[in-house]
Design a protein around this ligand. Structure first.
Ligand SMILES: [Ca+2]
Ligand SMILES: [Ca+2]
Ligand SMILES: [Ca+2]
Ligand SMILES: [Ca+2]
Length: 258
């Protein structure tokens, strides 16, 4: 009787007190998109009109459809400068690029000289069933002469329009922020977002040397234990209770003697 009793206890304990498990809820290192022959991305859209950016044959991908491992992403351009060529000038090294400075693997995502505002957004990630979700990523900022009119923003949003910034240099000069020519790692607790998270990278700049790159994006989390339905709790408790009294079970003969 002892062996099955102990086994049932062990099963009961493992179900009742399942520990949380660390999990990688989502990630991208920009290793899956296929590298292009050219480093240069040339937008075929109208730079005076805000629009989604398209992938162009032979050019670095600015959009990626996930195949189930790395998160996918899409990119948009906004005309914040009013008079520039936007991303149509053929000299913008944007999209997924191979680079020895990539902090994970061999590729990263770069945004360069959009002459406007380019934003790349990752696929929305469901946070349901997760707890203690921590977002981490690496940012590289090129060293050049930035101006206050340039803006670097990395933020996370949810479907309720809540936004959390990892960095926003609006009104500041990137020259003054100790970010240039180095990798800066960011970490953000996403508890305030609730059920979903969408990560965005944005750069508004207007010079070929004004560029940033992102790599090694990870959403680390803990898997919440799945609560047992009430009926399962009742059944498990009843089985354990039955076995606990098994050594004193009343037989038909004994009952007749009482
Ligand atoms: Ca990478
Ligand atoms: Ca440009
Ligand atoms: Ca500088
Ligand atoms: Ca500038």
């Amino acid at each position: 009787m002892k062996t099955p009793l102990l086994a049932l206890f062990a099963a009961f304990w493992s179900v009742a007190f399942t520990p949380v498990h660390a999990a990688l809820a989502g990630f991208t290192s920009f290793e899956e998109p296929t590298l292009a022959a050219s480093m240069y991305y040339t937008d075929s859209g109208d730079p005076r009109v805000d629009h989604a950016l398209q992938n162009n044959p032979g050019e670095p991908p600015v959009n990626y459809l996930s195949v189930g491992n790395e998160l996918g992403f899409t990119s948009v351009y906004q005309d914040t400068r009013g008079s520039g060529p936007g991303m149509t000038d053929g000299s913008d090294i944007s999209g997924v690029q191979a680079d020895l400075r990539a902090t994970d693997g061999a590729q990263w995502l770069r945004i360069s000289d959009p002459d406007g505002y380019m934003t790349t957004s990752l696929d929305s990630l469901s946070l349901s069933g997760l707890s203690n979700v921590i977002l981490t990523l690496d940012l590289y900022v090129n060293a050049t002469s930035w101006e206050t009119s340039d803006r670097l923003r990395i933020w996370v949003s949810n479907n309720q329009q809540t936004e959390l910034d990892l960095i926003d240099t609006q009104g500041l000069d990137i020259d003054d922020l100790n970010l240039e020519s180095m990798v800066t790692s960011f970490s953000l607790d996403l508890a305030a977002l609730g059920t979903d998270a969408t990560l965005h990278f944005g750069l508004d700049s207007n010079s070929a040397q004004e560029w940033i790159a992102i790599d090694n994006v990870r959403f680390n989390a803990e898997l919440s234990p799945v609560p047992l339905p009430g009926a399962a709790w009742f059944l498990l408790s009843a089985m354990v209770g039955l076995l606990l009294t098994g050594g004193r079970r009343v037989t038909p003969n004994q009952r007749s003697l009482v």
